[in-house]
Design a protein around this ligand. Structure first.
Ligand code: TYM
Length: 330
């Protein structure tokens, strides 16, 4: 059993990229590993946000994760800011990370470009992310492809800390799926589906009703040909094939054979049906859970208590090896 840790930001409901790139693997990992899943609300403070919406967005995301199959009795589901040790360890790791390595992060470059005021938090974002995982001795981190560089930095920080102060942290490995690690925007086929930067029509949300799914899938960008096959010169068709393949658990070549000569119309209608069938049970469960937000809040409270009981011993060890006095008993 490996210790698994992953996180997601509460900036709106999950999209299909989050679901296929990360969350569905979190669900299967619960059966085999010792898992912690974290709603990283402190990370969402790094760019301008609506204060009035953050609390609701956090609860809605927790509801969406439960609806997607995260089981709070098997995995620890919790909110980052409810376990204060994340911030404490982030500060200590700030004194191990360098300006140079943080300045090379491509997500920082893209998220900061075009902004006139960039928070120190945005620059420091990957250090807090490293603290999230190292705090729990995380070994395996299931994420989409866009987190690759942050995971490399996390490993570097763990190794540097261990070398400087003595073995303290497990050195985590990224677990990036072969299929679905980069689900593309259906309108901008050279950009990943994203919560903030994508097109409205090209982004599929977990709670999109069938009518909206139909509009999005039927208007998805393809190309002027009619061949249903995955190829670099057919990014739109490839993206739809990949979605179809994952949600129906059908190998891609089988789908290519099935739709040979069928044309885009038939293919898109089948993608739509498959997607509706995949999302409908999640949406039905969401509606049930959303009727009792207090219960979701209680599940998060229990998750935070369990997470904290794992975080505290790591922090005791960290304080000891770096020369701080022990923390007074809480
Ligand atoms: P976030 O909230 O942007 O995304 C959550 C997860 O979804 C994956 N993902 C995608 N996968 C496939 N295709 C896409 N288009 C797509 N878009 C997003 C992301 O790779 C991610 O796995 N920094 C992280 C949150 C975080 C974290 C952590 C993750 C904070 N601390 C510790 C792992 C470990 C983020 O912003 O994810």
């Amino acid at each position: 059993m490996a210790r698994v840790f992953s996180g997601i930001q509460p900036t709106g409901q999950p999209h299909l990229g989050n679901l296929l790139g990360a969350i569905r693997h979190w669900v299967t990992d619960q059966d085999e590993h010792d898992c912690l899943y974290c709603i990283v609300d402190l990370h969402s403070l790094t760019v301008p946000y609506e204060v009035a919406e953050l609390r609701d967005a956090t609860l809605e995301l927790a509801t969406a994760l439960l609806a997607s199959g995260i089981d709070p009795d098997r995995a620890i589901l919790f909110v980052q800011s409810q376990v204060r040790e994340h911030s404490e360890l982030a500060w200590i790791l700030n004194c191990v990370a360098t300006m140079g390595e943080l300045g090379r992060m491509t997500q920082f470059k893209s998220k900061s470009s075009g902004r006139d005021s960039i928070s120190v938090g945005l620059f420091d974002y990957p250090v807090l992310q490293a603290a999230d995982v190292l705090l729990y001795q995380g070994e395996r981190v299931p994420v989409g492809d866009d987190q690759r560089q942050h995971l490399e930095l996390m490993r570097d920080l763990a190794l540097r800390f261990n070398t400087r102060y003595g073995e303290t942290f497990a050195v985590p490995e990224a677990s990036i799926p072969k299929a679905g690690a980069r689900i593309m925007d259906l309108q901008q086929t050279d950009a990943k589906m994203s919560k903030t930067g994508g097109t409205e029509l090209g982004t599929i949300w977990l709670l999109d009703p069938p009518g909206r799914l139909k509009k999005k899938i039927m208007s998805a960008v393809t190309d002027s040909g009619s061949d249903v096959r995955a190829a670099p010169d057919k990014p739109g068709v490839t993206a739809l094939l990949e979605i179809h393949s994952i949600v129906t658990a059908t190998p891609l070549p089988v789908l290519e054979d099935r739709y040979a000569g069928a044309g885009y119309g038939t293919f898109k209608r089948d993608v739509l049906d498959a997607l509706v069938a995949y999302l409908e049970p999640i949406q039905a469960r969401y509606a049930e859970l959303a009727a009792d937000p207090a219960e979701v809040g209680r599940a998060l409270g229990r998750g935070a208590d369990r997470a904290r009981s794992l975080a505290v011993p790591t922090m005791e060890r960290v304080r000891d090896v770096i020369g701080l006095l022990p923390a007074p008993a809480a």
